[in-house]
Design a protein around this ligand. Structure first.
Ligand code: EPZ
Length: 422
């Protein structure tokens, strides 16, 4: 088993440059197969999910390659793509593989895909995606974990989402981009990653209006062509490093971000007394100050992102007083709390709420990452703990945090990997 090991207590300072958004990239790559000529995604994040999506493009008969002197560009060439069922292998490793449902339905009017994988955060159905595809004219069959959809033709429709699901909004947008007529998605998700995808599709020749609002209007088109696209910065990676700096750093500049995407986080941290200076495309955090506990409640964008509650739980272990974090999006996204308690935290989990009794000093321990952002919360705890912390299930962390050792070492952390007998 591979472990990430961290010797805590180092004084961290310097600059960390944030990568492009994972949750945008994983939608852009499947959408790119609708183009009849190559699509170049600039500044691709060097994360495992990109490799897996590339493997799926290969399974379909398409091609992808890294380009640029730093491999920063990712080129998808969908000539040669055939409608091959994606039933096993990479498709089971990440939830975003389900974006190929919308892309292959739009491209071939038929698709067969194994149910997606990804982090366990509580039940994660895809009923809203399938409702959208049916509204566009597809028949949907599910059997033994395989989804099979077919449509004589895809016709625009008015689709109301019972919940503003990010994934369903994205998947329906992709499928509707080549449907006949107009599709209106009501109660659509407003996350920045949806705007980023809309920009890519429109630059490919699609006709999408209203992304970022609760109502998105898609006028289907016959053909989509290749283009170049610069992916937006990763607001969740940025928020993770902001929480990390508040907990563990003297002074750190988090660079290459869009502060507007992090307004909810920044205002809550200021409420805690975190010293955070907001600049045009960066923030500077002066950490390790006396901060006071506040209550957090996650919600849909532009509210506080559920993906940031786990790093924030770790920060609250250092704050004065008792903080409560309620996750209104996922029902079971507090497994990191039990690992943090092994390091000296004092956290109770009651339903969808974690109650953190702050002001605790943390000590190194062997802990396990239970999902991607849980891994991030353990990394932050390890940086402030006395002694060495060993984090298992490192694959979770590598799915969303590119070059984490390099970034943290550059700030002065002592972090390394070791392989041990399981
Ligand atoms: C996206 O997941 C992100 N993943 C998640 O980030 C993020 O936590 C989530 O949005 C919420 O912001 C990617 O973008 C790849 P949802 P997604 O559909 O699309 C329920 C990370 O750490 N729901 O908005 O799956 C669902 O069960 C990951 O980077 C249905 O009931 O999120 C959940 O309770 C984790 N039926 C809620 O909606 C559906 O058909 C939010 O899900 C779809 C969703």
């Amino acid at each position: 088993m591979e472990l990430i090991k961290i010797e805590g207590g180092k004084s961290l300072k310097g600059t960390v440059k944030i990568d492009s958004a994972k949750n945008s990239t994983v939608a852009l790559i499947p959408a790119a197969i609708l183009a009849e000529s190559p699509v170049t995604l600039e500044n691709i994040p060097q994360i495992v999910d990109v490799k897996r999506l590339g493997e799926m493009i290969g399974q379909l008969g398409g091609h992808y390659r890294y380009d640029g002197d730093g491999n920063e560009d990712f080129i998808i060439d969908s000539t040669g793509i055939e409608n091959v069922p994606l039933l096993d292998g990479p498709v089971t490793k990440l939830r975003a593989s389900y974006y190929f449902l919308g892309a292959l339905l739009a491209k071939f009017k038929e698709v067969k895909i194994g149910m997606p994988g990804g982090c366990y955060l509580g039940p994660r159905p895809i009923d809203l995606h399938l409702k959208g595809f049916e509204a566009l004219g597809a028949t949907v069959e599910q059997d033994a974990g395989v989804i099979h959809m077919k449509a004589e033709r895809l016709k625009g429709a008015k689709i109301y989402l019972d919940f503003p699901s990010v994934g369903a909004t994205i998947n329906i947008m992709i499928a509707a981009s080549k449907a006949e007529g107009t599709t209106v998605i009501e109660n659509a998700a407003k996350e920045p990653e949806i705007v980023d995808l809309s920009n890519l599709l429109n630059n490919m020749g699609a006709n999408i209006r209203g992304a970022g609002t609760g109502e998105i209007r898609i006028q289907g088109v016959d053909r989509l062509m290749g283009t170049r696209h610069a992916i937006i910065p990763d607001r969740i990676e940025a928020g993770t490093y902001i929480a990390l700096a508040a907990a563990a750093a003297e002074e750190v500049k988090i660079d290459n971000i869009i502060p507007h995407h992090l307004e909810a986080l920044i205002s809550k941290l200021q409420e805690m007394g975190v010293d955070i200076e907001v600049n045009t495309d960066s923030v500077t955090v002066r950490g390790k100050k006396t901060i006071k506990a506040v209550d957090f409640k996650t919600s849909i964008y532009p509210g506080l992102a559920t993906d940031l509650q786990q790093p924030l739980v770790t920060l609250l272990t250092q704050a004065e007083g008792i903080g409560k974090v309620e996750d209104t999006i996922y029902s079971d996204r507090f497994r990191n709390c039990y690992e943090l308690n092994k390091m000296g935290a004092d956290i109770d989990v009651v339903g969808r709420t974690a109650i953190i009794n702050g002001g605790k000093s943390m000590r190194g321990a062997r802990v396990m990452a239970t999902d991607l952002r849980a891994g991030a919360s353990l990394v932050i705890a390890a940086l402030i703990a006395d002694g060495v912390t060993e984090i298992g299930n490192t694959y979770h962390i590598d799915r969303g945090y590119a070059n984490i050792e390099e970034k943290l070492t550059n700030l002065g952390a002592k972090i390394w990997r070791e392989t041990v007998e399981a």
